[in-house]
Design a protein around this ligand. Structure first.
Ligand SMILES: *[C@@H]1O[C@H](CO)[C@@H](O)[C@H](O)[C@H]1NC(C)=O
Ligand SMILES: *[C@@H]1O[C@H](CO)[C@@H](O)[C@H](O)[C@H]1NC(C)=O
Ligand SMILES: *[C@@H]1O[C@H](CO)[C@@H](O)[C@H](O)[C@H]1NC(C)=O
Ligand SMILES: *[C@@H]1O[C@H](CO)[C@@H](O)[C@H](O)[C@H]1NC(C)=O
Ligand SMILES: *[C@@H]1O[C@H](CO)[C@@H](O)[C@H](O)[C@H]1NC(C)=O
Ligand SMILES: *[C@@H]1O[C@H](CO)[C@@H](O)[C@H](O)[C@H]1NC(C)=O
Length: 321
């Protein structure tokens, strides 16, 4: 099996798990926001990376991506809906289209700044074009895009005629901001087999600090409602289960790789305490902590509740354990 296709399948499966896990939350809560803005990597992107690098990300439009949600899901690394899609459709009644796409969008619902292959930590001059599942659009650039977006809105509303449906400038502070980042920072080097758990554990502080910088940036920008989503258990990802076959004593009770899960646990502990600190600093902003790790673990505990038969297997017979 070609490695790139293993990646497709793992992302397909994981994003489906995410959406199912958050479904209950959505239906139980009434939440309406004028628009939704999101930030992150392949778990969030709905077309930025393929807009910037059409050849490198051409497979985002290939089967199985888009298979279960055909009119929307192409350009996502997913056959169905992403977590951010549930937030967008649930709160502002439409998708938030990718920032970099210039045609056939409906910009009234906000914008998605997430880009597949984007790290949370600042991308440096080491980035190499077409070097696999990798883009230079780290969170610091995504924040710059948001600021630029506001500049354009300001100019737009100064025109003598306004006939495009865009969010109002006043709605920016009451909109919903979603941050789901950090996955790429660990996953890519594990996938390329270029790092170890021990080395990645030393990266946790810088990854969480980069996410914290974005949260502070959003607070200073004027966002009043921010959701920050934590990391799912990396050791349960079908692609990593395939690439790192371990002896049985290295699997946990759900069949996931214990050592890789330590990365998610360390990341989430640090992220939780960073969010607590930032909450103290910006008391005018509501920071919601989206506990995806626990939602994912609930599925592993009782997959039948969620109508999932093989939670650790990628779809279409590819990868997993
Ligand atoms: C990341 O880049 C931003 C500018 O985009 C800068 O303000 C910030 O200090 C940088 N962070 C680190 C850790 O170098
Ligand atoms: C937008 O408004 C201008 C000025 O009234 C008009 O010339 C133009 O045709 C309008 N464009 C659209 C797409 O409605
Ligand atoms: C939100 O932004 C608008 C326009 O920029 C401003 O009038 C309003 O006071 C802001 N609201 C808050 C709560 O900051
Ligand atoms: C919250 O306070 C910060 C300054 O601490 C300010 O920059 C930001 O605009 C405020 N946000 C809202 C929504 O009032
Ligand atoms: C975050 O940390 C606080 C304080 O230690 C704790 O009460 C809370 O349960 C933690 N949340 C998660 C999701 O780990
Ligand atoms: C469970 O999945 C099966 C197969 O995809 C589907 O036919 C069925 O409708 C699903 N049931 C529920 C309750 O979602």
């Amino acid at each position: 099996m070609e490695r790139r296709s293993v990646l497709w399948y793992v992302l397909v499966v994981t994003c489906c798990l995410h959406t199912i896990a958050f479904k209950g939350v959505d239906s139980a809560t009434v939440c309406e926001y004028p628009a939704v803005y999101s930030f992150g990597d392949s778990l969030v992107d709905n077309g930025n990376s393929i807009a910037a690098f059409p050849v490198q990300f051409a497979y985002a439009e290939a089967n199985p991506n888009g298979a279960l949600w055909a009119s929307h899901a192409a350009d996502r690394m997913c056959d169905g809906t992403l977590l951010v899609d549930f937030f967008s459709f649930g709160s502002s009644l439409g998708p938030s289209y990718p920032f970099l796409r210039s045609t056939a969008t409906m910009p009234q619902f906000g914008s998605n700044f997430g880009a597949a292959g984007a790290t949370a930590v600042n991308q440096t001059s080491e980035w190499i074009p077409n070097s696999g599942f990798n883009t230079p659009f780290s969170l610091n650039y995504q924040l710059q895009w948001l600021r630029r977006y506001k500049v354009r809105l300001d100019y737009y509303y100064q025109q003598s005629y306004v006939n495009q449906s865009l969010p109002s400038v006043a709605s920016l502070n009451s909109s919903l901001y979603i941050v789901q980042a950090g996955f790429q920072d660990y996953f890519f080097s594990l996938y390329e087999q270029k790092s170890t758990t021990r080395r990645l554990l030393t990266k946790v502080d810088s990854v969480v600090s980069a996410i914290g910088d974005l949260l502070k940036g959003l607070a200073q920008f004027g966002g009043a409602n921010v959701v920050v989503v934590n990391l799912p258990p990396l050791g349960c990802f079908p692609a990593l289960l395939t690439i790192y076959p371990a002896s049985v004593d290295k699997y946990d009770k759900y069949g996931c790789l214990s050592s890789l899960n330590k990365i998610s646990t360390a990341h989430n502990t640090a992220l939780n305490s960073t969010v607590l600190t930032i909450r103290e600093k910006y008391r005018n902003v509501t920071f919601h902590y989206g506990d995806l790790f626990s939602a994912y673990t609930d599925i592993l505990k009782s997959p039948q509740t969620y109508n999932i038969t093989q939670p650790l297997k990628a779809c279409c017979g590819a990868g997993g354990s």
